[in-house]
Design a protein around this ligand. Structure first.
Ligand code: PEP
Length: 256
């Protein structure tokens, strides 16, 4: 089965409404003929409505960076999945390592957010990955399998298959250190096998697993050409239109 590559840009806390529109305009211009890979951008929440409006009908989807697991209520400063859906999002990142390490998100809250995403009609991008200390102590595979299993608890088989997994080794995020293509492929294969052992076989065949962690134009093709790598979650390089477009083009060239 050939899975369509899925490349998403996580703008993190960069690009307020004005700068976000500039970047959206550049992507709209540069990617007008691009249909070979699926593309999404995750602007900060404040910039989502204007970027979603600008990128309507371009094939570039919008993702939120985080949601609260509740529908509404007294949760000052939070945003629900329903609100993101209403603002034009199709996807939402859940469990990014910065949310886990800086905001104390646990596998349980992350699982609740995955359910909240589906409830509102958003597709979750579930981020998992080990720290450097966990890799060095030989725990990487068990940590990742555990995060995967706990993040997906209680979902239907179809919901699991519709989830995107982003494998992001924490030591590679924003550090310039990238997992080698072999290291990344090996973990992606482990993730797919874990899914295969707990779900019907179509799930492991269909589910898309992105790699994230210092993906740049120069390393994109070697990562994206691995058999179990189905795309990329791109942080820093997605803030610059030329770099993000170059990564998308590397993916598109592999599929043409
Ligand atoms: C990320 O934020 O998910 C990420 C992978 O960042 P970077 O590409 O900058 O390492």
């Amino acid at each position: 089965m050939t899975r369509r590559l899925f490349i998403a840009g996580n703008w993190k806390m960069h690009k307020g409404p004005n700068d976000a529109l500039d970047l959206a305009n550049a992507l709209k211009r540069e990617l007008v003929d691009q249909t070979a890979v699926d593309v999404a951008v995750a602007p900060p929440t404040i910039s989502i409505p204007s970027v979603a409006e600008r990128l309507k009908h371009t094939g570039i989807a919008i993702a939120g960076q985080n949601i609260n697991e509740h529908t509404h209520g007294a949760f000052t400063g939070e945003v629900s999945s329903e609100m993101l859906r209403e603002s034009g999002c199709e996807y939402v990142l859940v469990g990014h390592s910065e949310r886990r390490s800086l905001f104390g998100e646990t596998d349980e809250t992350i699982n609740a957010k995955v359910h909240a995403a589906f409830r509102a009609g958003l597709l979750p991008i579930l981020c998992i990955g080990e720290t450097l200390a966990q890799r060095e102590s030989g725990e990487a595979e068990s940590i990742v399998a555990n995060q995967l299993e706990r993040g997906l608890v209680g979902l239907s088989t179809d919901q699991v298959a519709a989830t995107t997994i982003a494998y992001e080794p924490v030591w590679a995020i924003g550090t310039g250190l990238t997992a080698t293509p072999d290291q990344a492929q090996s973990m992606h294969n482990h993730i797919r096998c874990s899914l295969g052992s707990s779900h019907p076989s179509f799930v492991a065949k269909q589910i898309r697993i992105q790699y994230g962690g210092s993906v740049k134009p120069h390393n994109a093709a070697s990562l994206l050409s691995q058999p179990d790598i189905d795309g990329a979650l791109v942080g820093g390089a997605s803030l610059n239109a030329d770099n993000f477009v170059a990564i998308i083009t590397a993916g598109a060239n592999l599929r043409s």
